[in-house]
Structure formats: C-alpha cells, structure tokens
Design a protein around this ligand. Structure first.
Ligand code: ATP
Length: 598
C-alpha cells in the first residue's frame, strides 16, 4: 500500500503547476517567516547582554523595538503564508475533485450499479478533503522546516562548535525516529476511510428508500445494519488514533531530551566562562525553536499518512476503466434512424466482473447468465417497434444497449446502418432519446430540466412543446414560469406530469430514435389521454421502440417483438401477426395484452 515518491511528486506537479505564481508567493511568505524567526534570538541576546553589562537605556529600547518589529513581521508573513497556502490547497483539491467527478461520470453503468452513491460522495469529497493539507503545506512546510533546522544548526555552530555538534546530534535523532515511525498508522486510516465510505453509502441507500422502509416496518433492520457499521467504525478509529498517539508521545519525549541537552551544555559552557548569559539563553531559545519545525515535520508526516491512504483510494478509483470505448468517428445520419440488431447477446455479470478493481467484487468463475440471447431484428427508419415480454424478460436491457449504457458481448447493433460502437459515444445520446418510467428531475430551473442546459433551445420552442403536451396550465401555475426552481423528489409533480416533462425533453432534443419505456399504471384517464397524444406527436418523423404495457400503445406499432427469457419468441409485422390466429400476439390481443404477459 506504499505510494512511491514518484506518485506523490506527479500528483503535486499536476495540480500545483497551474498555480505556480500562488505557490511562489506562499513559499516566499513562509521562508521570510523562517528567516525572521532565526533573527529574533540574536536581538534578544543583544538585549540581555547589554542589560547585564549595564548598557544604555537607549540601546535597550532599540533592541526591544527591533524585537517587537521582527516578531510582528514574522506574524504578518505567517498570515500571508496561511492565506496563500489555503488558496493553493482549495484550487488544487477542487481541480482534483472535478477530474474525479468527470472520470466517474464517464464510467459505464456497471460501475455505478456496484458503487453506492454515498460511497462515491465519500470518495470524491472525503478522500480529497484529506489531501488539502498535503497540497497546501506538505512540500513547502517540509522544505521550510528542514531549512529552519539547518539555519538553527548553522547559527549554533557559529556560536560554539560544541553547541553545534550537540544540536545536530539532537536534530538527527529526532528526525530519524519520527521518520521511521511515519507509516504505522497508514493501514488503520485506510480502513477507517473505507468504513466511512460504507457508512455514507448506507445512509444514502436508506434516505432514498425511506418510504419503503417506513411502509414495510423495516426500521429494526436498518438500525441493525447501522449498529453493525458503528461496531466496526469505532475500533478502527481508536487504532488509527492510537498509532498517531505513539508518534505524538515519541515527539514529546525527544523534545524533553533536547531541552535537557541544551540546558546542561549552556550551564557547562557558562561555568567555563566560554559564553555569556545572553548566549546561554540563545542556546536554550534555539533548541525550543527547533521543536517547532520538528513538530511541523511530524504533523506533515501524520497528514501524509492520512493522505497516503486517500491517495491510494483516489488512484484506485482513477484506475477503474469504463468498459465502453469512446467509439469511432463515424457520424450517424440525421433524421429518423433505422435500427438493426444481429445476433445480439448480453450478460450483466460479465460486465460487472470487468468493472472490478482491487477493492471491488472479484470476477466470478461461474458462467454468466445471458439476459439477452441471439436477438435480431430490423426496424426501417420512421417505423415503430412494439416490444413486449414478461417482467424480467430483458426489454429495458435491450433499450440500455441501444444507448450504449452497456455494450453487448456478441452480435452487432447498427443505427442508420452505422455500428453504434463506431460513432462517438458522446454523440449517441443526441440521436437516441429515452423516456423511462422513473423520471428524474434535477434541482434547477424548469428550463434547465427540459433543455439539459442546451442554450440553443429557445423559450418559444419550450412553450410550444409544453402547450402541445397540455402542460401550459401547469407552467402558468408556477411562480416564476420557466425560471421556477424544481426541487428534489420531483417537486410534487404527479407520475403522469413528470412523464410528460420527460416527453418534452425528448421533443426538444429531436432524436432520430425514440425509446419509450411506457408507464404501465397509476395514470388517470385524462393524463393517459395526454400521454397517448404525446406519443403520437413524438413518433411523427421518428423511429420508435415502445416497451409496451398497454394495447393502445401497441396499436401504433408497425412491428411486434415478443421477448421471452431474453430470447425472441415472436417477431413480425403487426398486421401480419394480428391476422395469424396461431401467433402469440393474436392470442394476446384476444385475451387482453397485459394479463397474459405480466
Ligand atoms: N443492472 C443490472 N445488473 C444485473 N442484473 C440486472 C440489471 N438490470 C436488470 N437485470 C436483470 O436482467 C433481467 C432483465 O431485466 P430487464 O429490466 O431488462 O427486464 P424487463 O423486461 O425490462 O422487466 P420489466 O418489464 O419488469 O421492466 C432481469 O432478470 C434482471 O434481474
């Protein structure tokens, strides 16, 4: 779990290079404060020796004012160093956060299915927060502290070679002991952060399913899991803190040893008349001054222990590769797209195994269950396919493959005769629109919710679309029209209204292929009529795939495909299948579609 120096260096260079100016100001302020710290004991010595020798009051005043001036300047430099240091840290950690968020967004769904939202929050925020100290202070503080130690040693040698030797010996013992103890807490902090991530994952899961938990009386189960996590959390924290305490105690013991050496040496040299009382004070002062950089190095090494665990986990996340390649350069034709599937087979367990990292699930050896097997069909541009099948037969999975949320393990999928993995992945969502039963609204304005921040879509188009969908009344009831902020939990919209908004999104995007995962229930007759009308409008000039749960929706399909346990059980033109009394579709129509399928 050791992170090499090179990796530390690379991370620092990558994120500090863009703010060279600020880092330079930070370093200057810090070094100036170190220089001023070395200067002040000399003024004090002058003050003491002048006072002991019965020097003039004027000289004493000058020394005193100089001392105060230098102390103030040192404080100012420290404030400036803190200010620039914090700025550097925030800028660097925000850049790293942004990179990590972008990376996670690019990962395919298999990663997101096995990583809870809470765990991701902890990774993207918690771990990176730990690195802020590392970015702002690590290199400059370590360098600054070493310089201060070196400065003290040089000054002490100038004062007396024996004092120089003694303080060098002390600094060497102190540093080597602390460095050798440096990594004892790293594994404990790594484990602590992992449980942290699990806890936030657990919280996120519970908060999103609060209704179900209450409705099913699952509170005891939730509390049980909560206590189980706490049970592991506290001992891990104790172990990590205990390892830190060993460091802290060792440092204190070493300082005490340093003071004893300094006092003994000063007493000895003063008795020998080799130094003045002012110089004896200076010995002691410089030894105490040494404690600050040594403590600073200890703190930095402590931070580094935590940072090391976080860096490891962040790198682990960066190493998770999306199973989806970025696609080729071929462009999809504009307008309605044909859809051709040839012998497509797909399994989830295969892709989830591939998404594993060292921290995740290992790829199982068992043969993965195929969710879709050998699916083939051809839908000409502008035609509509009604996709039917029992629950769990693979209808939604098929839709996901058309959007390349996952890639099929075998077979080919073509849109407009272009293999979908040959067109840029980022472009695909412009050509394929999906309306699912679970409509997700975001905490932003109505406008942004509908356009997904595409500023090329005019307000007039939005008004027209909402009018066509019968949502003008709803829009006018909002306090700020299109600028009204929608909140979480779908802002009190009914399931039908939310779905109509999802239709509006697809209208505004105007894709070549529209996939509707039709809402099967809970719609009142008025909303149902509105949705029917919306579907009719939406399909004009577009190719459509409707995952259908109701007879009315299937009536507009040109083709019908019935899935059964991931296989095509029936496929053909709707008219032909209707007329063939032996077809499964004709029987479904006779008995009532949903009853037989679900
Ligand atoms: N992310 C996933 N990871 C693993 N298995 C999954 C995942 N999503 C779906 N499955 C499994 O794949 C199979 C097909 O699911 P899918 O959602 O495609 O069915 P469906 O026909 O759309 O069902 P419904 O009509 O109930 O929505 C099911 O057995 C399901 O358990």
């Amino acid at each position: 779990m050791k992170i090499g120096l090179k990796q530390f260096g690379n991370l620092l260079i990558d994120y500090l290079k863009p703010q060279k100016g600020r880092v330079a100001k930070f370093a200057i302020a810090l070094l100036a404060s170190i220089g001023l710290q070395l200067l002040n004991p000399q003024i004090l010595r002058n003050f003491i020796d002048t006072a002991v020798a019965g020097g003039s009051a004027q000289s004493l005043f000058i020394a005193a004012f100089l001392f105060i001036g230098v102390a103030l300047a040192k404080q100012l430099m420290s404030i400036a160093a803190t200010y620039y240091g914090e700025n550097v840290a925030w800028t660097a950690t925000n850049a790293l956060r942004a990179d990590l968020v972008e990376h996670c967004l690019k990962l395919d769904l298999s990663f997101h299915k096995i990583t809870t939202p809470g765990e991701l929050v902890e990774r993207v925020d918690g771990d990176i927060h730990n690195l802020s100290q590392f970015f702002s202070k690590f290199s400059v503080y370590i360098l600054g502290s070493l310089l201060l130690i070196l400065g003290v040693i040089v000054v002490m040698f100038v004062e007396d070679w024996r004092a120089g030797m003694a303080i060098s010996f002390f600094a060497l013992i102190a540093l080597s002991t602390l460095i050798s103890l440096r990594s004892i807490a790293v594994p404990y902090w790594g484990k602590y952060r992992q449980i942290n991530a699990e806890f936030f994952g657990f919280l996120g899961e519970q908060l999103t399913s609060i209704e179900d938990i209450r409705a099913n009386g699952a509170k005891n189960y939730v509390m049980y899991r909560f206590y189980k996590i706490l049970q592991r959390w506290l001992p891990t924290y104790h172990k990590a803190r205990f390892a830190d305490t060993i460091l802290w105690t060792t440092t204190n013991g070493i300082f005490t040893l340093g003071y004893v050496i300094a006092l003994a040496l000063a007493l000895y040299l003063w008795n020998q008349k080799a130094i003045t009382i002012g110089t004896a004070y200076v010995f002691f002062y410089y030894t105490t001054l040494l404690s600050e950089p040594i403590e600073q190095i200890r703190n930095q090494l402590e931070d580094l222990q935590q940072a090391e665990a976080s860096i490891y986990r962040i790198q682990d996340l960066f190493q998770v590769r999306s199973q989806l390649n970025a696609g080729g350069k071929e462009q999809l034709p504009s307008g309605a797209l044909s859809v051709t599937l040839t012998n497509v087979s797909f399994s989830y367990s295969d892709v989830q195994g591939q998404a594993s990292t060292s921290l995740r699930i290992k790829k199982p050896d068992i043969k993965p269950e195929l969710i879709l097997q050998d699916i083939s069909f051809h839908l000409p541009p502008g035609h509509v396919l009604g996709l039917l099948g029992r629950t769990g037969s693979g209808k939604t999975t098929l839709a996901r493959l058309l959007l390349r949320l996952y890639d099929a393990q075998s077979g080919s999928i073509r849109l407009g005769n272009v293999p979908i993995n040959q067109t840029p992945l980022t472009n695909l969502s412009k050509h394929v629109g999906l309306v699912t039963q679970n409509v997700q609204l975001f905490q932003t304005t109505v406008r942004n919710n509908l356009t997904f921040f595409n500023e090329n879509i005019s307000d007039e188009r939005i008004y027209e679309t909402l009018k066509m969908l019968g949502l003008s009344g709803w829009l006018h009831s909002l306090p700020k029209d299109l600028d009204t902020q929608l909140g979480p939990d779908n802002s009190g919209l009914s399931a039908g209204q939310a779905q109509l908004l999802a239709f509006a999104r697809v209208f505004l995007k105007d894709p070549g292929l529209v996939i509707l995962d039709e809402a099967s229930s809970r719609l009142d007759p008025t909303t149902e009529k509105l949705i029917e009308k919306a579907i009719d409008q939406l399909l004009i000039g577009h190719t459509g795939i409707i995952i259908a749960h109701r007879l009315a929706t299937v009536q507009r399909a040109n083709q019908i495909l019935i899935l059964d346990k991931g296989r095509v059980s029936e496929y053909g033109l709707r008219e032909e299948l209707m007329q063939d009394s032996h077809s499964r579709f004709a029987q479904l129509l006779k008995t009532g579609l949903t009853n037989l399928l679900v």
